[in-house]
Write a protein of this length. Structure first.
Length: 402
């Protein structure tokens, strides 16, 4: 049995209704980027850049990810200051929603690759003004004893976001109308949390030895998510191009619609499993076995994608990957929140943890550029298998939480 810090007071539990409102708001945050980065932005870049699309999207992602990493830490620090002054984080979430809507308008109007890159930088900065304080609210207001269930509910985000994506891709609307639908869904999901009453948990200072142990554990948890997220970023950005490589004769419009359906089905399948795993991890107070198992399943799915030579085998393998990843990422988010060492600097520390999302957005495109071609993603997928499984193993080094 592993050692762990003594539990700290966490206050009363929140109602299931509030947990659901929070999960829906989190789904809104995912809606803010998943349809755009997975399909709508690659489609726009392909229309503007043609055969140069991989180079353009790589430059776009690197620039946007740099802006995301910096802005997430910045807005986390600013929201910490608001909490210290009694103002809370919700005002930052609201401001981020408005700024993100304006950034979407800039993307819709961008006529050249350079304009797309600039608009994406603005989008990432605005979106992270929403996302960091949004995660901070979970750390501030939901006790540790409910983090597993909440983490499972966070898996609701991917099927909801993919359903929105399927709707906009299947529609006969133009680009601007599609982006407008995404923005509306994004704002509608987050608004109920903004009007819900804030009820922060009491702040309790942990003993020095506990803080040191939590920092070490958080570093290993950080490394684990970083390795797993590289595959997530690659598939988020290049999934359309991957399926074009294994189904070269499929019409591009039909392929985008099929991918939208595939994402929805894959994420829906993962949802009940993630909720069950999260609830069970709360009851037995053990999260690491679930995280290792989920990473292993994701790695097996990636191996299948590396070997796939047609739509059916590629889609089945992607579904397996999505099931594993869809369990690992939300449970890891809940797991990491329990490891934050200082309740007065949660936003800042969450910004540093968010680098496990933004650094893969830099590393993933570079890895893709090095190992993939528009017609062959096999070598890249094998590299992602190794990274994902190593990410699962890294979680075993966390000693403070079983």
């Amino acid at each position: 049995m592993t050692s762990r810090p003594a539990p700290l007071p966490t206050g009363g539990n929140r109602s299931f209704g509030f947990l659901l409102v929070y999960a829906i708001a989190n789904a809104g945050g995912v809606i803010g980027f998943l349809p755009l980065l997975t399909l709508l932005l690659p489609m726009k870049i392909e229309a503007v850049a043609g055969d140069a699309r991989i180079g353009v999207i790589t430059a776009t992602v690197i620039a946007g990810s740099t802006a995301a990493g910096i802005s997430n830490i910045l807005f986390g620090w600013l929201s910490d200051r608001s909490v210290a002054r009694g103002g809370g984080r919700r005002r930052w979430v609201a401001a981020g929603v408005i700024a993100t809507a304006l950034a979407y308008a800039c993307i819709a109007l961008a006529p050249t690759p350079g304009a797309i890159i600039l608009a994406t930088i603005a989008f990432q900065a605005a979106l992270n003004a929403t996302l960091n304080p949004l995660v901070g609210i979970m750390a501030d207001e939901i006790p540790d004893a409910q983090n597993g269930l909440t983490g499972g509910l966070l898996a609701l985000a991917n099927p909801v976001a993919s359903a929105v994506m399927a709707i906009v891709v299947m529609s006969s609307l133009g680009e601007s109308s599609r982006l407008a639908i995404v923005v509306f869904a994004f704002a509608a999901c987050i608004t109920p949390l903004l009007i819900a009453r804030s009820r922060p948990l009491p702040i309790v200072d942990a003993p020095r030895a506990t803080v040191v142990g939590l920092r070490r554990d958080l570093a290993f948890a950080w490394a684990a998510r970083l390795l797993v997220q590289i595959a997530g970023v690659v598939l988020q950005l290049y999934l359309l191009y991957y399926f074009e490589s294994v189904t070269p004769d499929e019409p591009k419009g039909d392929l985008a619609a099929h991918i939208g359906h595939l994402l929805t089905i894959s994420f829906v399948v993962a949802l009940p499993i993630a909720i069950l795993a999260g609830r069970l991890s709360d009851r037995i107070d053990r999260r690491k076995p679930f995280l290792l198992g989920a990473a292993t399943v994701a790695a097996l799915g990636l191996l299948g994608m590396a070997l796939a030579r047609d739509w059916t085998s590629g889609a089945i393998a992607f579904g397996i990957y999505s099931a594993g990843s869809g369990i690992f990422l939300p449970l890891h988010a809940a797991f990491s929140i329990q490891l934050l060492p200082d309740p007065r600097h949660r936003g800042r520390d969450l910004g540093l943890l968010n680098l496990t999302n933004t650094l893969p957005s830099l590393l993933g495109p570079l890895l893709t550029w090095s190992l993939a071609t528009p017609r062959d993603f096999g070598t890249l997928m094998l590299a992602l298998v190794v990274l994902t499984f190593c990410g699962g193993l890294a979680i075993l080094a966390v000693r403070g939480r079983r």
